[in-house]
Design a binder for this molecule. Structure first.
Ligand code: GLU
Length: 422
């Protein structure tokens, strides 16, 4: 993105942080590569294509100054990784997070590549991250950033500032350069809850193939940000699923064996900043929530929450990965052995980028769709993608996660071949 680089110092490549010292390698990029390696072996991918897909095509690291409210200047660090653009321009959000690392952004950019491929939209994969804690920054301090799409701790207002900045530099309005914008500035109706809606649609389809009754199913949601909040509402609205037993956020969780009222929980979060101590529920930790005896577990926060260590204790029958990278490869193996049906992240949460793509199309054609059209098109895309993956799972007698990799990697590899890269 020209505007992202324009006023900033950047270097071509960053040094990776060493992986954390655990028995399981929790470095997200090492995990993303391991997942690709498995798919490449099954597909019999040629060496050059495999080698190319193991690494990002381009990376930049930026350091940029921000004038703080007290008059001082603080230098922040950010990354942008353009992982692969064989199927179209790289697409993906940018996150503000105090513990952001280049390897997390690399992994997320790889997963965006598989995500756009699995839902078959003409885009590649990328991701950005800025190391900062937005909870400690004021509105005017945050306005210094630029953003191609929303991710963790992002809002439509931030997208609006970025679009305005870029348009000013170009000298004309350029709404399509950033997605997740507010609706009055060229945002798409239906974008705000698209990630959750897409995920709930995949749960609906899973209920059909696995033959379980969604309205009666018990479920828990880990994370109560954009994805988790909308998931709570849409599980109820779309599936009639009324047995939400637990939710959590970064401060802790709440549990009620008789069910939580998602509207009361949301009101409490809006009032106090957290779901913790919501009346009518008992306290539960994030860790304990993941191990509850519920039928459906919906991790909707950050990566690496289900690992080799706690996976043996997970009791859910279905895991709908609304977050990016919530389960490690070691956890995946354990869950697979236990017969858990995982709807993998880059399929389950692809509704967000799908409606981002719809937003770009609407900006380019200057033809804005009714919300019901957006929702119907999203439903068709998610339903078809779920069954594309499920068919491969059945044919290969493998997991949904491996099947999703097989579908996505094959599509990206085909585009690379057609371009004459390999
Ligand atoms: N941040 C979202 C994701 O991880 C959406 C990205 C986009 O809309 O480009 O899929």
């Amino acid at each position: 993105m020209g505007f992202f680089l324009s006023s900033l110092h950047f270097s071509a490549r960053c040094v990776s942080k060493p992986p954390p010292m655990t028995t399981e390698n929790l470095n997200p990029f090492a995990m993303a590569q391991a997942q690709l390696d498995e798919a490449a072996a099954i597909l019999g991918l040629d060496k050059a294509t495999h080698a190319m897909l193991r690494e990002p095509m381009r990376e930049i690291r930026v350091h940029f100054p921000v004038k703080m409210d007290n008059g001082s200047v603080r230098v922040f660090q950010g990354f942008r990784v353009q992982y692969n653009d064989a199927r179209g321009p790289t697409k993906g959000g940018i996150r503000f997070h105090p513990e952001e690392t280049i390897d997390t952004v690399r992994a997320l950019a790889a997963w965006m590549t598989w995500k756009t491929a699995v839902v078959n939209i003409p885009l590649g994969g990328g991701k950005g991250g800025v190391i900062c804690n937005p909870k400690e920054l004021s509105t005017s301090e945050i306005e210094e950033q630029d953003v191609p799409a929303p991710d963790v701790y992002m809002t439509p207002q931030i997208m609006a500032w970025m679009m305005d900045e870029y348009s000013t530099m170009m000298g004309h309005n350029e709404p399509g350069v950033i997605t997740g914008k507010p609706v009055p500035l060229g945002g798409s109706l239906g974008r705000a809850d698209a990630t959750a809606r897409g995920g709930v649609i995949t749960i609906r389809e899973a209920a059909k193939v696995l033959n379980f009754n969604a309205p009666e199913a018990t479920y828990a949601i880990q994370g109560f940000g954009n994805a988790g909040q909308h998931a709570a509402r849409l599980m109820r609205e779309l599936l009639g699923a009324r047995r939400l037993l637990a939710v959590s956020d970064s401060r802790g969780g709440i549990y009620n064996a008789d069910g939580l009222d998602w509207q009361a929980v949301l009101a409490h979060k809006e009032e106090t900043g957290s779901v913790v101590s919501c009346p009518g529920a008992q306290a539960i930790t994030n860790e304990a929530l993941l191990e509850l005896p519920v039928q459906i577990l919906i991790p909707s926060a950050l990566e690496n929450v289900i690992t080799g260590a706690n996976a043996p204790r997970v009791q859910a029958k279905v895991i709908a990965e609304l977050a990016n990278g919530p389960s490690t490869p070691e956890a995946d193996v354990t869950l697979r052995k236990k017969g858990v049906f995982t709807i993998p992240d880059f399929l389950c949460n692809a509704g967000g980028v799908t409606v981002s793509y719809f937003e770009m199309v609407q900006n380019q054609t200057n033809d804005y769709w009714e919300e019901s059209d957006v929702v119907a098109r999203l439903d068709r895309k998610m339903t078809q993608s779920f069954h594309d993956v499920y068919r491969v799972r059945e044919a290969q007698k493998t997991s949904m996660s491996t099947a999703a990799y097989l579908v996505a990697v094959q599509r990206v590899a085909e585009a690379m071949k057609l371009r004459g890269w390999v």
